[in-house]
Write a protein that binds this ligand. Sequence first.
Ligand code: ATP
Length: 318
Amino acid sequence: MIVTVTMNPSIDISYSLDRLNINTVNRTNQVTKTAGGKGLNVARVIHDLQGDVLATGMLGGIHGAFITSELEKAEIKHDFVTIKEETRNSIAVLHEGNQTEILESGPIVSEDEQAKFSDKFRELLDLAEIITISGSLPKGLPHDFYQQLVQAAQAHGVKVLLDTSGVSLEKVLSSQNKPYMIKPNLEELENLLEKTFSLEHLEDIQLALVEPLFKGIEWIIVSLGKEGAIAKHRDMFYRVTIPEINVLNPVGSGDATIAGFAYAMTKKLNPYEILRMCMATGMANARERITGHVDLANVKNYFSKVEVKKSRDSLINN
Ligand code: ATP
């Protein structure tokens, strides 16, 4: 089973307006409310792929109950720790081609709730083949919380796919216990290494993957949106290119990429197929309006169209 961890989920609310008027009332009947948070997107896409998945993390209050009911409706297995404070709302107002967001900072987690989650996580390790950890930490949890989870999973022989950024990622990377896979996008890679990269110089991105910070990580996939990805598996490099598609909403494509990777691992696919699968799921997500959703027919179609080039040395010749 694949277990997805979402420590700081949210209800993602979007309001579409022709025009956003300031300092007065705006009315709309175009509203969507979905169970959000990067890990929940991962869980939904694995479920769409017909993989065996269970979602865990922390949920609180009536917003937490809404997320639980959405997971029930979608028939996605879940086992969350209930917390006292309310799960957050993330609001996006879509207006005049813009997206204005209001993001709540979310609940503060108590030490007792932290301990409860750590216990649950250890129980779930008995059931898990792969763990995905996605997104930010809620307030109250220590910056090294993900590092603690990675360490526990490793002691149990369970592979961790980690998709986070900032201090929590730095804490994991500077520790002894490395995740099995990370998937920074270009901006996250830049922030992590305090360097800038450009798509015109892909060789610099390839070089960055051998930085000491990444030592011991089996798979690094730098996702490049419509430009595909550059990946490193052990001492091999891969340039992955994808065909142009008609994109409806690329938000959550990184989460879909993690889902595709986890699913491919459970199916024991080879490195080429793993890369094809995770690009195909990212693309299939971008093809949908709903964030964190793929159509299986699109995944199969894109899988056959992704190109993977492998090299031990330089794979960049453009
Ligand atoms: P997010 O944070 O929104 O989840 P991300 O920045 O982590 O996304 P991206 O690099 O944007 O991740 O996308 C991941 C993968 O999804 C890409 O490698 C690609 O396969 C696919 N993808 C993303 N955007 C597009 C696009 N515009 N056209 C085609 N495929 C896309």
